[in-house]
Design a protein around this ligand. Structure first.
Ligand code: FAD
Ligand code: PYC
Length: 417
């Protein structure tokens, strides 16, 4: 039934954990866990690991409806960077980039994080102004980012076509040298193995179908496809599906779910030394250690929960890639796939407490949450352990959609929204 049975231990649930809170309602089942995380992606597994490692909360279960890492964590193009415009975002994403740095050592698992540089292309005057604004804002926040002329961009990435009569002329580029890529599934596996070693139960093929609440409205546990589990602290980290789960607790979330797709080419020898993103034509590309060109497209224009995107979206992406890198025109594509991303109105995540006591949320990372994986896990763990947000994630609260303190990062990604 489970693919990784070593992780799938119900030991805590069956063993009858003794330390339930004193004020637990008599009629309610005693809590089996000190904390439950819904969603076994990198963020959820990371949160479980940090709960155990940093706060000694080891009696934790991660409930995953499919298999760990089978969601967006295993479907993305793995771009890691922190060149976001606003102060709040720079702090958030740079916190994650700093954690990526020591992650392989921390987990004793090679995440294959490679700081090969992320270059964002400018094709018109607006791009130049916008990218330079990002560069200045980033540097004020201590985040590295620098401007390159077209010739410097080509020297950094030789396959780039900088001919002035190209269809998408390159007028310059912003380069974050600390940016790069990692190997997506290693992150899920690394966190899972390290969390399991600290006592966390990872339960696959176990979808959460309901959130139980007591007379005072606080969380008392979850209903799942494998039975009810009592717990007073539940963190939801179920990218793409958050609004469905929040509705189980009577909450409406400002999220829309869209398919986002990517594809890889046949493997070739090393030819592409960095990551290139074009925000204007919605295309991004790198080369994996297996040799495949990893190419990402934009989101579909319609909401959907299907894990595949519309064909005309990838056609547009491939046309743009072939114009910018004519060297790749004869490459064959091997496979493509999609994930479901949940997007907020300001394209920034929601990470913190919810109006329901004991219910915490990490969502809305949209097209850009892989880079945030260690940071999101770390901050969700902090918020759940202390029942208050860390200063880094405090601005990313739900209230901002009521009080208007939005953090609009719509220009931060190369992905069409
Ligand atoms: P997931 O890995 O999706 O984990 C959530 C888990 O919740 C899933 O495994 C799901 O099965 C589970 N779940 C859902 N409902 C339930 C339920 N009811 N009960 C139990 N479990 C449930 N980000 C970047 O930073 N850089 C990129 O280059 C990048 N490229 C992308 C390209 C594509 C094609 C896609 C789809 C996304 C991309 N992203 C990128 C975004 C990034 O992948 C996500 O933001 C990130 O991986 C989210 O991680 P997660 O752990 O929150 O989600
Ligand atoms: O956020 O860097 C990013 C990204 C690249 C592709 C999809 N998201």
């Amino acid at each position: 039934m489970t693919r990784f049975s070593a992780f799938s231990l119900f030991s805590n649930a069956l063993g009858g954990h003794k330390d339930w809170p004193e004020h637990w309602p008599d009629a309610a089942p005693k809590p089996a866990y000190d904390a439950i995380i819904v969603g076994g992606g990198g963020h959820g597994l990371g949160a479980a690991y940090y709960l155990a490692k940093r706060y000694g909360i080891r009696n934790v279960a991660v409930l995953e409806k499919g298999w760990i890492g089978g969601g967006n964590t295993g479907r993305n193009t793995t771009i890691i960077r922190s060149n976001y415009l606003y102060d709040e975002s720079a702090h958030l994403y740079d916190h994650a980039v700093k954690l990526w740095d020591g992650l392989s050592q921390d987990l004793n698992y090679n995440t294959m994080y490679s700081k090969r540089g992320v270059m964002m292309l400018a094709h018109n005057v607006h791009d130049i102004q916008s990218l330079k604004r990002h560069i200045h804002a980033n540097r004020l926040n201590g985040v590295d980012n620098e401007w390159l002329t077209p010739q410097e961009a080509k020297a950094y990435c030789p396959p780039l076509n900088i001919s002035p009569d190209a269809r998408h002329p390159v007028l310059g580029a912003a380069l974050q040298r600390r940016g790069g890529v990692a190997r997506h599934d290693t992150v899920a596996w690394g966190y899972a193995r390290a969390a399991a070693a600290l006592g966390v139960d990872i339960i696959q093929n176990c979808a959460v179908t309901g959130i139980n609440r007591g007379a005072d409205g606080a969380v008392t546990g979850v209903e799942t496809t494998r039975g009810a589990i009592a717990c007073r602290r539940v963190g939801v980290s179920a990218a793409g599906h958050t609004s469905i789960i929040m509705r189980m607790a009577g909450l409406d979330f400002p999220l829309e779910s869209y398919p986002l797709q990517a594809l890889v080419s046949e493997p070739v020898k090393p030819v592409f030394p960095c990551v290139v993103m074009s925000n204007t034509v919605h295309a991004y590309i790198s080369q994996s250690d297996k040799g495949e060109l990893v190419i990402g497209a934009g989101t579909d224009q319609y909401v959907s929960y299907s894990q595949r995107g519309a064909l005309h979206i990838v056609e547009h992406t491939l046309a743009a890639i072939c114009e910018i890198f004519p060297i790749f025109r004869r490459m064959r594509m091997l496979r493509n796939w999609g994930g479901i991303v949940d997007v907020t109105p300001d394209r920034s995540p929601i990470l913190g407490k919810t109006p329901v006591k004991g219910l915490y949320v990490n969502c809305g990372w949209g097209t850009g949450g892989f880079k945030a994986t260690p940071g999101a896990g770390d901050l969700l763990a902090y918020t759940m352990a202390k029942d208050e947000p860390h200063p880094i994630n405090a601005p990313f609260n739900l209230d901002r959609f009521r009080n208007g303190r939005l953090i609009d990062e719509a220009a931060a990604a190369a992905v069409a929204h």
